[in-house]
Design a protein around this ligand. Structure first.
Ligand code: NAD
Length: 253
């Protein structure tokens, strides 16, 4: 069966598609995911990276900065899947891209800020938890490369934390509201590169699907929501998504 044709058929006529992305969309840009084969959680215990551990344990912060320096996030470039989503937006068929990713690659690929909703923050900025002063993470990583393994705020000496949501931390209220609004207005959803197992983020595609709209999943490996998908396509997003988007745009033109 041609699943791409099935996906295009399911989505044809839709003009407010919500795209929901996870770590899997960025593996072809060289950034490991968390739960895929070889993902970060196969090597590291997620319990070590809770918000409270980060604030109270200097060893956790040292490990965090060392991992960040090697994460690939800071020198990655977008791949064909990120670019396809920007084309879908330019083609006028999309309402928003709700992402769990913290790498900022959707914007680099050409999606305007208004089109991107980052549920788990963005690693490219870092904030002092004491005085709130904000700076590019690249500046902090330069200090790490220079030998400071737990760099502190140069203004007040406070703990520095990248602008990403840690386990045990509140989700960003404004982005959650934007995501809920987009989900309420969407007429279809495509989930790309996510196990759809991290809640409340996965509620976003779930809500669109439960409203009776087409739900297409593009993923390597199973997801938690496979049973309710309209069409599920197995394989690398960078190979699959450009063809789907091209056919949707040419069908809409
Ligand atoms: P996940 O790790 O739980 O799932 C990723 C899924 O994508 C897996 O099923 C994997 O097999 C699949 N996958 C891997 N490469 C793929 C490809 N090329 N094409 C299609 N599918 C592919 O990721 P998640 O659901 O996003 O949840 C993990 C959490 O980790 C998120 O909350 C996110 O904030 C964070 N995270 C972000 C990044 C990033 O910003 N790039 C990287 C790692 C983790």
């Amino acid at each position: 069966m041609d699943h791409i044709a099935d996906a295009v058929k399911a989505l044809s006529g839709c003009s407010s598609i919500l795209v929901f992305t996870g770590a899997g969309i960025s593996t072809e840009s060289g950034i490991p995911d968390f739960r895929g084969p070889g993902g970060v959680w196969t090597r590291v215990d997620p319990e070590e990276f809770t918000y409270s551990r980060y604030l109270t344990n200097p060893d956790t912060r040292r490990r965090g900065w060392a991992m960040r320096a090697e994460s690939g996030v800071f020198d990655a470039t977008p791949n064909a899947a990120h670019r396809a989503i920007a084309e879908l937006w330019d083609g006028g068929l999309m309402i928003a891209c709700v992402t769990q990713n913290i790498d900022g690659l959707h914007q680099v690929a050409g999606l305007p800020d208004e089109a991107v909703i980052e549920l788990h923050g963005n690693a490219h900025h870092t904030t002092c938890v004491s005085c709130g002063s904000r700076q590019p993470t690249a500046v902090v990583l330069d200090r790490v490369a220079g030998g400071e393994d737990d760099p502190t705020c140069t203004d007040c000496g406070g703990i520095l934390k990248p602008d990403v949501v840690f386990f045990g931390e509140m989700m960003p209220e404004r982005e959650m509201m934007r995501a809920a609004m987009a989900a309420g207005e969407a007429d279809a959803v495509i989930a790309v590169g996510s196990t759809l197992s991290v809640f409340p983020a996965a509620n976003v595609p779930l809500e669109v699907a439960e409203a009776g709209h087409p739900f297409v999943i593009v993923n390597r490996g199973p997801t938690e929501l496979d049973d309710i998908a309209t069409v599920r396509i197995e394989g690398p997003a960078g190979d699959l998504l450009p063809g789907i988007v091209r056919r949707l745009i040419s069908g809409a033109a």
